[in-house]
Design a protein around this ligand. Structure first.
Ligand SMILES: C[S@@+](CC[C@H](N)C(=O)[O-])C[C@H]1O[C@@H](n2cnc3c(N)ncnc32)[C@H](O)[C@@H]1O
Length: 212
């Protein structure tokens, strides 16, 4: 199978009339920020949200907010809310501007801080958690927090989970350093009896797990 050809075909079908990653990043003044999800991941989040209609979403890792806005455009239609956490103040400030520009700031509560510290103080429950934090060690380390914060039947979705099988340039220490913690997370969630889960080859790997 030619995956590049498949990707081009799918994007040709679905990009019309949608806010794309390219449009979003070009409209963003700040040019240095953590990588945002691909368009296929943004659409997958929108499909999952349309299917499950979560009232409360928690996102870990906002960056400039492309995934947040993609989700907010769907929840706005029925009245859901998103709490999103970002520790880089400059990037968070840009995300807040983007939420206003895209007409979804009322749907989003942006918390500036370190993810573990912020979630430790949370007692509310969520219907969907999107894990896309830059520090990949947190994926596995926060699994217990996610079990505590998710309602039964709630969804945990995580991006970048196929990094362990990507052929990164051996010179790129940053990307290579993410593979081991993501492999540990993948094994942990696959073996976790409290989740029914799978890993889909969408974006850079997209794990979907339902809390039983
Ligand atoms: C991959 S980006 C998020 C992209 C975003 N979800 C999107 O698709 O639009 C990851 C973000 O996590 C943030 N981050 C890294 N470690 C963090 C931590 N411990 N707590 C909170 N945010 C963190 C980084 O600053 C970065 O902006």
């Amino acid at each position: 199978m030619d995956f590049a050809k498949i990707g081009t075909y799918i994007e040709g079908l679905y990009q019309k009339g949608k806010l794309t990653q390219k449009q979003y990043t070009e409209a963003t003044e700040l040019k240095e920020f953590g990588a945002v999800v691909d368009d296929d991941v943004a659409r997958m989040l929108q499909v999952l949200i349309t299917l499950t209609r979560p009232r409360k979403i928690l996102e870990i890792g906002t960056s400039i907010g492309f995934s947040t806005v993609s989700m907010a455009k769907v929840i706005k239609q029925y009245g859901g809310t998103i709490v999103t956490i970002e520790m880089d103040e400059k990037v968070a400030e840009q995300a807040a501007k983007n939420f206003a520009r895209e007409g979804v700031k009322e749907q989003i509560e942006l918390k500036i801080g370190e993810a573990r510290a912020v979630t430790a103080g949370m007692s509310e429950e969520f219907d969907l958690i999107f894990q896309d934090v830059g520090d990949k060690k947190l994926y596995g380390e926060m699994l217990e927090d996610y079990l505590r914060l998710l309602k039964p039947g709630g969804l945990l979705v995580a991006e970048d989970t196929l990094f362990p099988v990507f052929d990164f340039d051996p010179e790129c220490g940053y990307l290579n350093s993410m593979c081991e913690p993501l492999d540990a997370f993948n094994k942990k969630i696959a073996d976790c009896p409290q989740f029914e889960s799978t890993l889909l080859p969408i974006g850079d790997g997209f794990t979907v797990a339902v809390k039983k």
